[in-house]
Design a protein around this ligand. Structure first.
Ligand code: SF4
Length: 349
């Protein structure tokens, strides 16, 4: 009851501020866990008419480039044992998915953690781990590389993607509900030169509503600050030990993102001194033979535009008809953090 009263009060304040602002306001959440939390709690339906919530590139599986999916499936089909997180196994590429490669006899392991991958490595010394995700998962992969796990890295830094969204300018973004998990590692500072209102927000419905209220307050007052609503987990300096672990093993390179293409200085590749654990070096002979022109062919899937906030799942003609979680056509329907999967589970009428 107390919770309900507090929530009602925040919604009342959001409505007041939205009324005072008057014009349309577009706020983007850029974290897969926020995508799920917003939909599960029905937060969109609680917003005033002029406040629009869009979804950005926060799902790590969704932003993994098609070329990387095709590369890892090629390795598996060539006989290299591969391990990765469960959702990634079902993302289709032009050679099929890792799951389909397994059906054809490839050694493909689904793991929940790098520790589990290190366990598989004991039985399977040629194992390649398909590393994906942002600053939250990169420290664990770095740790595993130091323990001798060979990795195909698609790890990415998150802030460059937020800046790319602003620079591309396809979409009006008045404020970011900035990511809670990534911020526990990187802290507050990396967001500071973006010139747009931001609130680092937790994941309970009440956190998100307070984050939206704080964003509207900034917009009304003409401020563009980085505020931290998620103080119970995010410190100003983040987690320097975990952040440092990333750069011990990885170097920053241009990163290839689904939906964006190459974003400068947004990718993490294994440093030369750890080259013997870099699958791109170790299996160069196989990867050099992959025809990536097929990976770059346009497909009817709208994930690329959904990742950039330009379209919603319901704009895709096959959403919920042909494309469903049990028959996903694109990564946004595969991953539990993907916009299409989330919309199918929580928002489909
Ligand atoms: S519904 Fe399926 S095909 Fe359409 S954008 Fe989403 S993942 Fe792609």
């Amino acid at each position: 009851m107390k919770f309900m009263k507090k929530t009602e009060k925040i919604i009342e304040k959001i409505n007041e501020l939205a009324g005072e602002i008057g014009g349309d306001v577009s706020l983007m959440e850029v974290c897969g866990t926020h995508t799920q939390a917003v939909a599960r709690a029905g937060i969109r339906a609680l917003m005033p008419k002029n406040v629009h919530l869009t979804t950005g590139p926060g799902c790590p599986v969704c932003v993994t480039a098609q070329e990387d999916i095709d590369a890892i499936v090629s390795l598996a089909l060539a006989g290299v044992p591969v391990a990765t997180y469960g959702d990634m196994l079902r993302v289709p590429g032009h050679l099929g998915s890792l799951d389909e490669a397994r059906e054809k006899g490839a050694k493909v392991f689904s793991v929940y953690s790098v520790e589990e991958a290190l366990g598989v490595l004991e039985e399977c010394p040629d194992l390649v781990f398909f590393g994906l995700g942002f600053e939250t998962t990169a420290p664990m992969t770095a740790y595993a590389v130091k323990k001798g796990l060979t990795v195909y890295s698609t790890h990415k830094l998150f802030v460059p993607a937020m800046k790319a969204l602003l620079n591309i300018g396809e979409l009006k973004i008045d404020g970011f509900i900035s990511p809670g998990h990534v911020s526990t590692i990187i802290g507050v500072k990396p967001y500071e030169d973006m010139g747009v209102p931001q609130v680092i927000t937790g994941f309970a419905p009440e956190d998100i509503l307070v984050g939206i209220y704080m964003l509207l307050k900034q917009i009304k007052e003409g401020r563009a600050d980085v505020e931290n609503e998620y103080t119970r987990s995010v410190r100003k300096d983040g987690n320097p030990a975990a952040y440092g672990e990333i750069f011990e093993v990885f170097e920053v390179v241009d990163g290839n993102w689904r939906g964006f293409g190459v974003i400068p200085k947004s990718g993490l590749e294994i440093k030369k001194e750890f080259g013997k654990y870099d699958a791109k070096v170790k299996h160069k002979d196989i990867l050099d033979k992959v025809d990536f022109s097929k990976s770059r062919r346009p497909t009817p899937c709208k994930c690329g535009e959904i990742i950039r906030g330009l379209k919603e799942p319901k704009d895709c003609p096959v959403f919920g008809k042909v494309c469903k979680p049990e028959n996903p056509i694109g990564p946004c329907m595969v991953s539990v953090e993907g916009a299409c999967n989330v919309a199918y589970r929580y928002e489909k009428q």
